[in-house]
Write a protein that binds this ligand. Structure first.
Ligand SMILES: Nc1ncnc2c1ncn2[C@@H]1O[C@H](COP(=O)(O)OP(=O)(O)OP(=O)(O)O)[C@@H](O)[C@H]1O
Ligand SMILES: [Mg+2]
Length: 489
């Protein structure tokens, strides 16, 4: 029986980082300057501060903004975690290199990278999630079911935040959301951005762009964030009749629900009735459980997501954070800060608590508080260091990213000028002389332009493509014998 939902989906995570350069507690460079130093190796390698790497990802710095890492297209939950963390590893290496280079210029200090969502000036930056969905589906029915889920999802994967007055919030992003669903990212800050940019065949696919989520440092929190959203997307795609949970005011609701970690805060439904954050989550969990009961085993990974989702909601219902303290960012952080505040006798409004809150998100091993917990084995993991290191070098092997990664490596090795984006691979130069016959003439029968025609990869699931193989052969300077004798039509 054909299942009504996608059983294989493309995921991509984009993470913006906060950056500072400090020396003995003093800011030595502006954030802008620090970011530019961070990107010097990138610019030297790719001649731009917006490049695609050999692991299929995109790393970039827009003027005046936060450095961003966008993972390659993954089609597996564990893999997206490895690639998300590979972004941290790549930025850490860049930070080490920048710090050393600056020291040779007599600028001594440490470059800090924070995987969080707010800075001390009240700015917010994002973690954007991308999910591939079919084009045949209308967007409005999808977003109307998704929004109440996303509004309450913070309870199971928020990054947590201590406000200057000492109040605790479950989510960092909640108070920076200004719209439910819209096509304008920056101005309106919607929870779901509907800009139609599928980075794929627009006749077949859409890319759902979710921008309400916090950046997570806990692998398990990211896993739960993407995994539960996958389950809800399947629920929507299955066409099951769902209870109407549309909210009267999603923006008010996302802020209100952020105030109580146990999900007791209430939101008003469009019908006028009220519902708690926990009840909202329970309704979606129940929908996912029913879906699995009807359609059978969703595979070991989604079954594990479902089990953890259930376990987390049970803990919230019991008002007990203990079972969450190795898995869920806000609960891990809360425990850490509580212990520190109690030991040092600090009020929650003490600026030192804010500093510790920030230090939780510092991605430098041995310095960032989360990294210390991780090194001690006090928090759960989804992947190991070896998988993260591999993801920093190697693209996912089952998506289009494999082609992009191989192309970038080959074009770099060949030293040719090239252009690449999510869908296109293109060499911008005429073929080097080495590819011409010894007499210096043109390859018999070859159209020179065709040798380097842009290759459009419109299907993100396609990891093997003969056109790319041919291009890679040419770039390696070793055209096959068949190629020399028998030019392509
Ligand atoms: N067809 C697709 N479906 C789902 N995700 C995709 C698809 N194609 C690419 N992605 C993912 O979408 C993300 C795109 O990142 P990028 O930062 O370029 O996003 P953008 O929203 O287009 O641009 P910007 O951040 O500049 O506004 C990547 O993580 C990538 O893996
Ligand atoms: Mg982006």
């Amino acid at each position: 029986m054909e299942l009504p939902f996608l059983t294989r989906r493309i995921y991509g995570l984009e993470t913006e980082f906060g950056v500072t350069f400090h020396s003995q507690g003093q800011r030595r460079l502006s954030a802008d300057e620090a970011a530019r130093h961070l990107f010097k190796d990138v610019v030297a390698w790719g001649r731009s501060s917006n490049v695609f790497l050999g692991n299929g990802s995109r790393i970039y710095l827009d003027v005046g903004s936060h450095p961003e890492y966008a993972t390659a297209e993954c089609d597996d939950l564990t893999e997206i975690i490895a690639h998300d963390r590979a972004g941290e590893l790549i930025f850490r290496r860049l930070a080490d290199s920048a710090t050393q280079r600056l020291a040779t210029e007599d600028i001594h200090g440490e470059l800090y990278l924070f995987k969080n969502n707010t800075d001390s000036h009240g700015n917010s930056y994002g973690c954007h999630e991308n999910y591939l969905i079919g084009r045949t589906r209308e967007l409005a029915p999808i977003t109307s079911v998704l929004v109440p889920f996303l509004v309450s999802r913070q309870l199971i994967c928020g990054a947590g935040k201590v406000m200057p007055n000492g109040d605790f919030r479950v989510s960092q992003r909640a108070e920076h959301m200004w719209d439910g669903v819209s096509s304008a990212t920056t101005r309106m800050r919607p929870m779901i951005n509907t800009r139609d940019e599928p980075h794929a065949d627009p006749g077949r696919f859409r890319r759902l762009h979710v921008i309400v989520g916090d950046s997570n440092v806990s692998e398990t929190s990211t896993w739960l964030k993407v995994g539960t959203t996958e389950l809800v997307l399947r629920l929507i795609e299955s066409g099951r009749a769902l209870r109407n949970l549309a909210l009267e005011n999603p923006i008010k609701a996302v802020r209100d629900l952020s105030r109580d970690p146990f999900g007791r805060a209430e939101a008003t439904l469009a019908t006028g009735r009220t519902i708690t954050g926990l009840q909202l989550q329970q309704a979606y969990l129940q929908g996912a459980l029913d879906l699995v009961e009807q359609h059978g085993d969703p595979g070991p990974e989604l079954a594990a997501v479902l089990a953890m989702w259930q376990r987390v909601l049970e803990a919230l219902g019991a008002k007990d954070t203990t079972p969450l303290e190795a898995d869920i960012d806000w609960a891990i952080k809360l425990k850490l800060l509580r212990r520190y505040a109690d030991r040092a006798g600090l009020a929650w409004s003490d600026p030192r608590i804010q500093q510790l809150d920030l230090a939780y998100h510092d991605i430098q091993p041995g310095r960032g508080l989360f990294t210390l917990l991780e090194a001690r084995g006090s928090v759960s993991r989804v992947v190991d260091d070896a998988a993260v290191e591999q993801a920093a070098e190697t693209p996912p092997q089952t998506t289009r990213a494999r082609l992009r990664g191989a192309f970038v490596e080959a074009a770099q090795a060949a030293g040719v000028d090239y252009t690449v984006d999510w869908t296109t691979l293109k060499v911008n130069e005429p073929p080097p002389r080495s590819w011409r016959p010894p007499d210096g003439g043109l390859l018999a029968g070859h159209d020179q332009d065709e040798l380097y025609a842009p290759i459009l990869c419109k299907d993100p699931f396609l990891a093997v493509d003969e056109r790319v193989d041919t291009l890679l052969d040419r770039l390696s300077g070793e055209p096959s014998g068949a190629d020399r004798r028998r030019p392509r039509p």
